[in-house]
Design a protein around this ligand. Structure first.
Ligand SMILES: Cc1cc2nc3c(=O)[nH]c(=O)nc-3n(C[C@H](O)[C@H](O)[C@H](O)COP(=O)(O)O)c2cc1C
Length: 185
């Protein structure tokens, strides 16, 4: 493992400066224009065959949908995600209604790229994003009732970070990225 100081030198500051905050400033409002720009960034992500198999539900504190999402957070994510100025539910369409009819085998891959775009756009606007799976998927799906074929994959809390990154952040080495998939020489 390598630590972040060794890692981040040379890459773009937007990437080097990104981290998933453990706390958000509850007083930082995310305005309409910012929400639109985050989705605009997601919209321009590449996808297999330009299928664009993504969909989002955005909600901010005080909006009715915010309560509908927050009530399905686990205690671990409710501690910090409910304070973020924006919660985004990220959905993908991997089937065409009928669960036996695949839509795109790359649907989850493509959604991940769209969320990466959104995350970097947030960073460029002085905000931070924390993606998370710590919610009751079944409960949230029953609550939001997406159209057939659509599935909720993750939630993203976006807002102003309260505090900086953790002191220690670890990443696998570049050598390990290259060697791990293959048998030893
Ligand atoms: C698909 C996905 C699910 C995640 N789920 C959680 C989660 O449930 N709870 C949490 O605190 N963080 C969650 N994270 C955040 C990761 O833990 C975090 O990105 C990772 O530890 C690296 O830290 P960094 O983003 O600050 O670099 C998730 C991230 C992704 C991409």
């Amino acid at each position: 493992m390598q630590h972040d100081q060794e890692l981040s030198g040379g890459i773009h500051p937007l990437l080097a400066g990104r981290f998933s905050p453990g706390r958000f400033d509850p007083s930082a409002v995310v305005d309409d224009r910012t929400v639109d720009l985050l989705l605009e960034a997601a919209r321009w992500a590449p996808s297999a065959g330009n299928s664009q198999p993504w969909g989002f539900l955005t909600s901010r504190p005080g909006e009715p949908d915010h309560g509908r999402v927050v009530r399905h957070l686990t205690p671990s994510s409710a501690r910090w995600a409910a304070d973020a100025g924006l919660l985004v539910a990220a959905l993908t369409r991997s089937h065409l209604g009928d669960p036996h009819l695949p839509y795109s085998e790359f649907a989850h891959y493509d959604l991940g790229q769209a969320v990466a775009h959104l995350t970097v756009q947030a960073q460029a606007m002085g905000l931070s994003a924390h993606q998370f799976r710590a919610f009751d998927l079944h409960g949230l799906t029953s609550e939001l009732r997406p159209n057939p074929g659509w599935e909720i994959v993750c939630l993203i809390a976006v807002g102003r970070a309260a505090g900086g990154p953790p002191e220690r952040r670890e990443r696998r080495s570049i050598a390990d990225l290259r060697s791990a998939p293959w048998p030893p020489p």
